[in-house]
Write a protein that binds this ligand. Structure first.
Ligand code: R5P
Length: 302
């Protein structure tokens, strides 16, 4: 956006309490606080809530929480007895702290928007990643949803890339981060597969999908996923996998220690910058996605 980042003091006292002080006058200003709530999730979330509170008490005109990666998004339903809906709790916390709007990217489930009683703009990085693969002009491409939950969005990617869609039937095993691939639904034999997901956490879903697809006769596997959560052995799993390339975005900071050659990071910064600008001046954000690319997008990612 070509504007300086506001100065703020953020630190923890010896008792582990987070302290925030905004170092400039923000009275009546349109404030955008950018904070992905990735690991350490609770610290990042609390820091965001405290910063919103500081801005509210400093008489900001409007506060938008810009959360490129919405942590706790996977805890979005009561699918077992006596479990929380933490994605909803986080929405309530943000609103209570004083956020007037939310700007986010590829929520785990679109319905999370409905957990908020304030306006929510959900952007998608799908077009950025799809454009990247379009430029590769891969022949005989098939887009693969790594589970049923992502199939609708994967279908949009498939349509965008003019490719067929296949779907993987996946089953989660208990509440641990394990999943197993049951079936590949669709015609993939002899094609180049591009798996699509919203996030990569342990890499289990993606790597299992890659194996299953190769067993079903695909010639090559590529992967794209918006959020590189990359916990535990994700980097090793990707490095050891048969994927040609794993394409993610920078909705979360990547651990530099985990540098893996086949991980390609595309930036959502121009997309977020454009959306922030539009929210600030009251222009449509939806228009950004109303055509098959970003024709009016000045800083379109390369
Ligand atoms: C789950 O439904 C999500 O869409 C992702 O598939 C999941 O978070 C990936 O996790 P992991 O990389 O640990 O398999």
């Amino acid at each position: 956006m070509d504007i300086p980042l506001s100065q703020a003091e953020v630190f923890k006292f010896a008792n582990d309490n987070t302290f925030v002080r905004i170092m400039e006058n923000i009275r009546q200003r349109d404030v955008f606080i950018i904070q992905p709530t990735g690991a350490p999730v609770n610290d990042n979330l609390m820091e965001l809530l405290i910063m919103i509170d500081a801005c509210k008490r400093a008489s900001a005109g409007r506060i938008t929480a810009v959360i490129p990666y919405y942590g706790y998004g996977r805890t979005d339903k009561k699918d077992q007895p006596r479990v929380p809906i933490t994605a909803r709790l986080v929405a309530d916390l943000l609103t209570t702290a004083g956020a007037d709007r939310l700007l986010t990217v590829d929520l785990h489930a679109g319905q999370i928007q409905g957990f908020f009683n304030i306006p929510v703009d959900e952007l998608t990085a799908m077009t950025i990643m799809a454009d990247y693969f379009k430029a590769k002009e891969i022949e005989d491409l098939v887009v693969v949803a790594v589970d049923i939950g992502i199939s609708k969005r994967a279908r949009d990617v498939a349509e965008y890339l003019n490719a067929p869609l296949a779907i993987i039937e996946k089953r989660r095993i208990d509440n641990a981060d394990h999943s197993e691939t049951l079936n590949v639904i669709g015609d993939v034999k002899g094609k180049v597969a591009l798996t699509f997901d919203d996030e990569i956490l342990t890499g289990g879903t993606t790597v299992n999908a890659g194996h299953a697809l190769l067993e079903c006769g695909v010639t090559q596997v590529y992967c794209c996923a918006t959020h590189p959560v990359f916990a535990s052995r994700a980097y090793e799993a990707i490095a050891e996998s048969k994927f040609e390339e794993v394409v993610v975005t920078d909705t979360l900071p990547l651990n530099p220690a985990g540098d893996v050659e086949k991980v390609k990071v595309l930036s959502v910064a121009p997309l977020l910058g454009e959306a922030i600008n539009r929210i600030h001046v009251g222009q449509s954000v939806g228009e950004l996605f109303s055509s098959r690319s970003f024709p009016e997008f000045p800083n379109r990612p390369a």
